[in-house]
Structures are given as structure tokens and as C-alpha cells.
Design a protein around this ligand. Structure first.
Ligand code: NAX
Length: 324
């Protein structure tokens, strides 16, 4: 039988964790023929709740689930891990300054990056979901010098899926008719969902909608969808975020055509090298590759630059704080 793949999930007792773990255990993260073992990392106060989730996972008798451990010890959680989903983070609370937020998350993602560096399997792949996701991924990566930099990624797939869904509704086509969607930049309100390369029925999407809708409705609706979900549901996106994490890792491991992921920049499209920024990507041979050679018009350039500038500011702030 195949050796199980070890998948570590941090923040396992949280709401995304609850939406994610059952889908991983059922085979949706890696494939319907790949056995998995789960490691659930939580803070001490939430270990008991994570153990309750582990009991429910047991009760599903998933054929592919070969074991579950629950721990508050990062060294143990990441020991031999092949996939790490870093979901647990310190949320921004009322009155919290950006510096405080970055500091608190540096205290989580620095040590977790080091624990990954020292304990994970050689093929470790890391997806950061916890916000601010791009910069948390950068912090973790900078504490893992022995792991290839490209193994640290951040999630913009939820933004990508939101963009697909908004455009499909506008044009009244199935989401499967939309190709080449891209989210550029930071997973934040500055992100840029790009319709100038997206295609519907083989034609450029931006030419099938009016400019005012694109600029004043589509872009802000996608970028502010997280807040709209909180407003409607009274809680932040959970199942859709878990779904996007599944999409990201499945595609990374199994290959994919054009999608969006935040990965370390190699300098493409004027994004400073090293920033973990969202790009149009394909997945080949277990690696993300940035799609090259796209023409970027002035409208897109301005928006990509604004989001990248925010990432640079976040990087400068965490450097200033000594977090990287
Ligand atoms: P919850 O507050 O429900 O759960 C977070 C869990 O993380 C808690 O159980 C907490 O005990 C745990 N945790 C905190 N510090 C930890 C540490 N050092 N080690 C291990 N576990 C730790 O939040 P949830 O709704 O699940 O969201 C999790 C994160 O995802 C948040 O940062 C949120 O902002 C972020 N999101 C990111 C999205 C994206 O597209 N990238 C979208 C959805 C979501 O908003």
C-alpha cells in the first residue's frame, strides 16, 4: 500500500479547519487514491476542541485516513509533514494597528516556519491561509532557509473563485466557460482581479462587459467579498475558504492550467523579487510557474502596482520589526 501523505493543519479547531479537515480526509486534497494522515496543530486552549473534531473524523471511518494526531507542539505537528496548511492566525481586532497585527502574526509564523524547516519532509509544500496571508507566508519562509523558497505560498484562490463566480453571473454563463482568470497582488482589498486576459467563449472578458461595471462593480465586489460575507453570515468565509485551499493544493500537486496563486516573485511583471504576490500561474511537475509574456495595459498596471506597493510596505514593516 502507498505510504500516507502527512498533512498538517494549523488552527484546526477554527471554522475553516472544521470545513477543511473532512474534505482532506475524504481524499479531495490530494486525490481519491492517496492515503493521508492528519496532524492538527492548535494553541493549548483549543486542543480539546481539536480533539473533538478528531473524534468526528474517526466517526466518519474515512477509508483514506490512516491516522490523526492533535498537538500544541509545532515540532511534532510538522515532523515529516508533506503538506502544511497554515490557517491559524491572529485576527485584527478593533483598534489594532497594523504593526501590532504583524507583530502578533510574526510570533506565530516565525516559529512555525522554523519548525517546518527543522522537521518537515523534504517535499514539504506550504499554503498560508491565515491573514495577512502573503506576508505571513513571507515570514514563515524567511525562517525556513533550508526549504526551497518556492514551497511557501499564500492563498488567493478564494479571490480567484469569487471572480469566476461574479463574472459568470454577469454574463450568464457557467463558470466552466471562463478561462484565464487572474488575481494579481495581495490577498487584501488592493488585490486586482484581471478581466483583460480572462476569456469567455474564447473572447476577452473585458470586452464583453462595460467598463463602468468592471471598474466600479466587479473589482470592488471581488475585493470586498470577505466583508460582505461577514455582513450577511455574521461570520467570515469558512467553507469557501476551505474549498479554495483544497483547490490550491490539489492543483499544485496534480497539475493545473491557468489559475491564481500567491508565490515568491522572480521579478516577473515588475513585482520585486522575493515578494509573495499573486500571479497567473500553471502547475507543472509539482511546481507553480508564472505565465509569462502577458501584455499589461495602463489600467491593469496601475492596479497591480498599487497592490504590490502594499506588499512592499508590509515587507518593510516586518523587517523594521525584526520579524524577518
Ligand atoms: P477562527 O478564529 O475560527 O480559527 C482560527 C484558529 O486558529 C483558532 O482555533 C485558534 O485557536 C487557532 N490558532 C491561533 N493561533 C494559533 C497558533 N499559533 N497555532 C495553531 N493554531 C492557532 O478563524 P477562521 O475563520 O478559521 O480563519 C482563519 C484565518 O483564515 C484567519 O486569519 C482569516 O483571516 C483567514 N482567511 C483567509 C482567507 C484567504 O482567502 N486567504 C479567506 C478566509 C479567512 O478570512
Amino acid at each position: 500500500a502507498q505510504t500516507p501523505v502527512k498533512v498538517t493543519v494549523t488552527g484546526a479547531a477554527g471554522q475553516i479547519g472544521y470545513a477543511l479537515l473532512f474534505r482532506i480526509a475524504s481524499g479531495q486534497l490530494l486525490g481519491a487514491d492517496v492515503p493521508v494522515k492528519l496532524s492538527l496543530l492548535e494553541i493549548p486552549q483549543a486542543v480539546k476542541a481539536a480533539e473533538g473534531t478528531a473524534m468526528e473524523l474517526d466517526d466518519c471511518a474515512f477509508p483514506l485516513l490512516s491516522g490523526i494526531e492533535v498537538t500544541d507542539d509545532a515540532g511534532k505537528a510538522f515532523d515529516g509533514a508533506n503538506v502544511a496548511l497554515l490557517v491559524g492566525a491572529r485576527p485584527r481586532t478593533a483598534g489594532m494597528e497594523r504593526g501590532d497585527l504583524l507583530q502578533a502574526n510574526g510570533g506565530i509564523f516565525g516559529p512555525q516556519g522554523k519548525a517546518i524547516n527543522d522537521n518537515a519532509a523534504d517535499d514539504i509544500r506550504v499554503l498560508v491561509v491565515g491573514n495577512p496571508a502573503n506576508t505571513n507566508a513571507l515570514i514563515a519562509q524567511q525562517h525556513a532557509p533550508d526549504v526551497p523558497a518556492e514551497r511557501f505560498t499564500a492563498m488567493t484562490r478564494l479571490d480567484h473563485n469569487r471572480a469566476l463566480s461574479q463574472l459568470a453571473a454577469k454574463l450568464q454563463v457557467p463558470v466552466t466557460e471562463i478561462m484565464k482568470m487572474t488575481i494579481w497582488g495581495n490577498h487584501s482589498a488592493t488585490q486586482y482581479p484581471d478581466l483583460f486576459h480572462a476569456e469567455v467563449g474564447g473572447k476577452i472578458a473585458a470586452e464583453q462587459v462595460d467598463e463602468a461595471w468592471l471598474r466600479d462593480t466587479f473589482i470592488p465586489t471581488v475585493a470586498k467579498r470577505g466583508a460582505a460575507i461577514i455582513e450577511a453570515r455574521g461570520a467570515s468565509s469558512a467553507a469557501s475558504a476551505a474549498n479554495a485551499a483544497i483547490d490550491h493544493v490539489f492543483d499544485w500537486v496534480n497539475g493545473a492550467e491557468w489559475t491564481s496563486a500567491a508565490i515568491p516573485s522572480d521579478g516577473s511583471y515588475g513585482v520585486p523579487e522575493g515578494l509573495i504576490s499573486s500571479f497567473p500561474v500553471v502547475s507543472r511537475g509539482g511546481k507553480w510557474e508564472i505565465i509569462q509574456g502577458l501584455e499589461i495595459d495602463a489600467f491593469s498596471r496601475e492596479r497591480i502596482d498599487a497592490s504590490v506597493r502594499e506588499l512592499e510596505e508590509e515587507r518593510a514593516a516586518v523587517r523594521e520589526l525584526g520579524l524577518i
